[in-house]
Design a protein around this ligand. Sequence first.
Ligand SMILES: [Zn+2]
Length: 328
Amino acid sequence: MPHNDAPGKIMTETSEKSILSSFTETVPCPVCGQWAHTVIKESTYDSHISEQELRKIYCASSDKTLLDPLVRCCGCGLVYLNPRIKQAIILDGYRSAEDPLFIAQNEARISTFTKCLQGIMCRHSISPQTHPAVLDIGCAGGAFPKAASDLGFHPVGLEPSAWMAAQARQRYGLEIRSGILEEADFGDTRFDMITLWDVIEHMADPGQALQRIRSLLTERGVLIINYPDHASIARRLLGFRWPFFLSVHLYYFDPGTMTQLLANHGFQVREIRTHWQKLALGYLLKRASAYFPVVGHLARWVENRRIGRYAVSYNMGQTLVVATRNDL
Ligand SMILES: [Zn+2]
């Protein structure tokens, strides 16, 4: 697999020198199970960081640039964080997240999801009649469930942040549950469409999640995943300034590793394509200024002007995957 990263020292076991070690855990590759990896980037955490400060990083739209060590699996080439912050700390952060700035962009997100879902419906012969029951895992402020509901589907949202879930319920009157996939009880309910929008790269154990998702899908069900693609042109051009290099993103899949992960858990990829997203120009510039300080001047200039609210389409490597069970 081609990549631009500087080659690192081959490691067969991970090492962590700082005080952070009590907050971190080492993990094998979730795609091929190997522990051996090359180090791409060392940790840049402040060695005196507290557990409370770490928890703050794990909120929905954290703009904390990547502080964790980044490695590449020697078996399959997956790029991921290792060692990483312990799952319990990460989950505590997500459960207590409150993010009005993220919610404020819901209208643009609903517009993106509506267009995207219409395209999927058309290309894969899906309709509210053939695939009525939808589960959106990690639904944040409910933008996708709202778009799906408006198109005639019957969505259920699942969101770890109690605050986000409450916002989604109040705004749209939809069934939005507060919690995580591992703990959610759906009884005998099965879904015809399960979606993970910008979620799989946050999951501590994506393989286990896919296993559960497969058991929740009807036979004809489709799985839709959107993820930041490490093989994208944007990542290759921007290197470590790629905006998806974040401490909250535990894995950096590409089409090869994503296809393999899905195959390992009983899925066949039907489509992989570039995903275009709409967000307000002012919000995009504000996020970009964390990587490019020069953009900060422009972000401040548009902040209180009409142009700042103008929604623009952009792609920074977001990739859409449509998969089905491989026993069809
Ligand atoms: Zn691997």
